[in-house]
Design a protein. Structure first.
Length: 188
């Protein structure tokens, strides 16, 4: 094990598991969480569930008007992405139960969904499917946690973060979860 990783593990301990159910609901939650804080995303999700009911169907979201979803915290853009995803599910055009086994092929398929970029696809595959080698190098917390763990003064770039993770193949998913843990842990 890399000495700096071992030192971070000794100081921070193991992270809690971060697994979500597979399916459109987790992708929708990922869309809601894009480019906002964890707290803001949790607040929006709680409002959505209060409005639509826990475990709501795509048709429930599609039936709500702009102002109702805006009151839940969804911007015009997030509403567009959420509606697009729900319509794809309603039409049977996306099947979260039949994604390609190859990570890059699955990312390519998921990024065909409006509003789902590489980061969102990687987050879904890591947390919902538990894929072991997903490395969301574009995530700022992964970058910062990685730099912190390795003793860097500055956060590495996405390109540097991708290169740093190469020796961790095929377990980069576990390292991604650990870098988030390091990032949030005051012990380092």
């Amino acid at each position: 094990m890399e000495p700096r990783v071992a030192e971070a593990l000794a100081r921070c301990g193991y992270p809690e598991p971060r697994i979500r159910p597979t399916g459109y609901m987790t992708m929708l939650r990922t869309i809601v969480g894009q480019q906002v804080s964890v707290a803001a995303a949790a607040s929006m999700w709680a409002k959505l569930e209060a409005e639509l009911g826990e475990g709501f169907a795509p048709s429930d979201l599609l039936a709500r008007d702009f102002d109702t979803l805006r009151a839940c915290g969804l911007s015009r853009q997030k509403q567009g992405y959420a509606r697009s995803l729900c319509q794809l599910i309603e039409d049977g055009d996306v099947d979260f139960g039949d994604l390609p086994a190859d990570d890059e092929e699955a990312i390519a398929e998921l990024t065909l969904i409006k509003g789902v970029g590489r980061w969102s696809a990687e987050i879904y595959l890591l947390f919902a499917e538990g894929r072991p080698d997903i490395w969301p190098a574009g995530d700022l917390a992964v970058q910062a946690g990685c730099g912190r763990m390795l003793g860097w003064d500055e956060r590495p770039s996405e390109k540097e973060t991708r290169a740093l993770a190469e020796p961790w193949r095929p377990h980069r998913g576990a390292m991604a979860i650990f870098t988030w843990h390091v990032y949030a842990n005051p012990a380092l």
